[in-house]
Ligand binder design. Structure first.
Ligand code: ADP
Ligand code: MG
Length: 691
């Protein structure tokens, strides 16, 4: 069937589509976390001392007692069985951006042939999936298969329902037999612990006697596209690679600016409500939904949570979006750039750090210029982003995200920090040596007698900045829509750890000289601004002049492609950063580089192969058929004295030849295999086969 026929069929099917039967909406209390083994459910079914011990492990990160795990396992099993589960799964997050799970039954067959359910503390705490087929970046050979999953008590277990039953899911870390992290969760937990230690040390130096463990928080805004499944199924490129490799721009793209925040189409809203119901049941706090800039593009944002839980929930959200879309006759595209010519999708990662005793440490309050603690934490971020900007670029480097970064719809590949006018002014004053004042928020008078005056934020927004301060958190905007948020969170926590440690060292040295806290803090902040202030930029990040100025005058790196950015992971100073903070060993870091480099090459090569095959099997046959039809009509027309169509036949022939040449060139390029290093191979892909 030709493309046109497929499209026509799709139009008929969409027109005749039967709506899903409407659901009676439930109240939030009836939905919220009903599929989660929450603390309150544990409290209701566990002996008091067991619950206390488990709660302390969850909240303060103490060691998990084996006897506690056994009692917790029995209670967890009873709860899961009451919800119809026959199986449990250790869920983990390998280095693929996807979620992996190994399912096992609760069944245990007895000597007399009867079967009972069984779930011990040992199997709750530790699983042993074969690790050999997951990317490991050379840490393991195929014959060295043993890998372990271990229960992450800080992320709650839940039941995932499918049409025919339910499965108890246990979030876990995934490590090799030799103890190396093979996943994205382990470094996230380590980076959080490292940040907590460094922040505690600094807070104590600032005079706090009681400091609760610190946690990083994350609220990730997920952008996505919905395409009716009938249309998507006529596009092998969309189904296989998540983006269109051929096509022409639609006459109506996003030029009317009429989609962003427009009224949500009813069919989409029904889908969103279904997604939100599933999220609420799983304890994921969906909070915001709206149309995005491009036609068919939407956004979903949850309320922020502890980074580790937010990261697990983000993975679940991506799965829920994709699965629910199918039920509603859509395909949900999470690719960063499904269609050329209109905006792609990102995932803004909002991040802050705080604890129960000091609150959010990135909250400036009303008088930021007097809030030394805030200024030191914010200064730590500025220093970190300047020193390790290339790392931040590397952790968002994927073949698909390269299409987006720097394309005037997403932040450039140059990493800078936006502080907003008020804070930028405060830090400028610090650099000059004296802080006198700070611009205030003020009120906005709308000049309309019926509307009250309303408070105005102290700074505007700047959507062109890759790393922006947004009132009480930083928003990392360069993250791709398809990515796990763990890598970016690990990078932010780790560079903050490094800066907080440096600041604490400086403070101790100043105190030893007898300097007061206030004078010492300003001296340190002044040094931060002198050495790292070049990363602060409040202007238009899309403009070419900034790209020139950033590189030539400020010395900021511009790493346009993944092939340029990923090798940063091999630099000595990055290895030292991860080793000294205890987040990743040199072996683990190296393996990550290998895995991500491999993935980059594979994506580009797969797309190139598909281009060749689509050209040969879908486009040529149509072009040749059309050419022969044209020559027939030309001959007929000629008989009655009309020569007009000759030119079109020539055009089609020339274009077909052009395509044939380009495809042969691409096929030749793909045939090259003799690369001396993986970096060379990546550069070759970036320049020859992609994007
Ligand atoms: P935007 O206006 O930038 O599109 P959204 O409301 O879509 O903002 O998303 C903002 C995200 O930031 C939400 O997930 C929100 O919960 C999260 N957020 C708010 N405060 C914090 C914080 N202190 N730390 C981390 N994330 C936060
Ligand atoms: Mg948003």
């Amino acid at each position: 069937m030709s493309g046109n026929e497929l499209r026509f069929q799709a139009i008929c099917q969409v027109t005749d589509r039967e709506k899903l039967p409407p659901k009676v909406p439930s109240r939030l209390e009836e939905l919220w976390a009903i599929d989660v083994f929450t603390l309150s459910k544990m409290q209701a079914c566990l002996p008091k001392d067991v619950f206390k011990s488990l709660k302390s492990t969850i909240q303060t990160g103490g060691k998990l007692d084996v006897s506690v795990a056994s009692i917790a396992a029995a209670a967890m099993k009873d709860w899961a069985i009451s919800k119809g589960a026959l199986y449990y799964a250790h869920v983990f997050y390998p280095m693929t951006n996807f979620t992996a799970e190994k399912h096992d039954g609760f069944i245990s067959v007895q000597g007399d042939g009867s079967a009972i359910t069984e779930f011990t503390g040992k199997v709750l705490v530790q699983g042993e999936p074969d690790g050999s087929s997951f990317p490991n970046g050379g840490i393991r050979s195929t014959f060295e298969a043993r890998g372990y999953t271990a229960w992450d008590v800080t992320s709650p277990a839940y039941v995932m329902e499918t049409d025919n039953g339910a499965t108890l899911c246990i979030p876990t870390v995934f490590i090799s037999w030799t103890g190396e992290a093979l996943d994205k969760k382990t470094p996230l937990l380590r980076s959080n612990a490292a940040m907590s230690n460094a922040a505690t040390r600094l807070l104590k130096l600032l005079g706090h006697t009681e400091v609760a463990p610190l946690n990083s928080s994350c609220g990730a805004e997920q952008e996505y596209f919905l395409v009716d499944a009938h249309f998507a199924h006529s596009r092998p490129d969309l189904l296989l690679t998540g983006r269109t490799l051929f096509g022409q721009p639609a006459a109506k793209g996003q030029q009317f600016d009429d989609h962003y925040f427009g009224a949500i189409p009813e069919r989409v809203q029904v889908f969103m409500q279904d997604v939100e119901e599933r999220m609420y049941r799983l304890g994921i706090p969906a909070k915001t939904r709206h149309n995005e800039v491009a036609p068919g593009q939407f956004e979903l944002a949850p309320f922020f949570e502890a980074a580790n839980v937010a990261s697990d929930h983000q993975q679940m959200t991506m799965t829920i979006l994709k699965n629910t879309a199918k039920k509603h006759g859509f395909i949900c595209l999470l690719h960063e750039k499904p269609f050329a010519g209109i905006n792609g999708s990102g995932k803004h990662v909002n991040w802050s750090v705080g604890n129960a005793t000091q609150g959010n440490l990135l909250d400036p309050g009303d008088t930021p210029h007097k809030n030394l603690q805030f200024l030191l934490f914010c200064g730590a971020v500025i220093r970190g982003v300047h020193k390790y900007g290339s790392l931040l670029r590397a952790v968002v480097a994927t073949a698909s995200n390269d299409h987006r970064l720097g394309a005037n719809e997403a932040p450039p590949a140059i990493i800078s920090v936006y502080l907003g006018t008020q804070l930028e002014d405060v830090f400028d004053q610090i650099k000059q040596g004296e802080v006198k004042s700070c611009a205030h928020a003020g009120v906005m008078n709308l000049g309309l007698p019926t509307l009250p005056e309303f408070p105005k934020d102290p700074g505007d927004r700047n959507r062109t900045s890759p790393f922006a301060f947004t009132g009480n958190r930083f928003e990392f905007r360069a993250v791709g829509s398809n990515q796990s948020v763990s890598g970016p969170l690990v990078a932010m926590n780790t560079i903050l750890t490094d800066s907080l440690t440096w600041i604490a060292d400086q403070l101790e040295a100043e105190f030893a000289k007898g300097t007061t806290l206030e004078a010492a803090a300003y001296t340190i902040l002044k040094a931060v601004m002198e050495d790292h202030g070049a990363v602060v930029f409040g202007g238009n990040g899309y403009c070419q002049e900034w790209h020139r100025m950033a590189v030539e005058e400020r010395g900021l790196p511009n790493l346009p492609t993944t092939a340029d950015a990923l090798p940063i992971l091999q630099e000595k100073y990055i290895e030292e950063l991860f080793e000294k903070t205890g987040v990743l060993s040199a072996t683990e870091l190296k393996s990550r580089f290998e895995v991500y480099a491999e993935q980059y090459i594979q994506v580009i090569e797969m797309e190139a192969k598909l281009v060749i095959s689509l050209a040969k099997t879908v486009i040529y046959p149509v072009a040749f058929r059309y050419l022969s039809e044209l020559s027939g009509s030309i001959a007929n027309l000629k008989q009655i004295g009309i020569e007009l169509e000759k030119e079109s036949a020539e055009k089609v022939a020339v274009l077909t030849q052009f395509m044939s040449d380009a495809v042969s060139k691409l096929a030749d390029a793909l045939g090259k295999h003799d690369f001396s290093t993986i970096q060379d191979h990546m550069q070759y892909c970036a320049k020859t086969c992609g994007p």
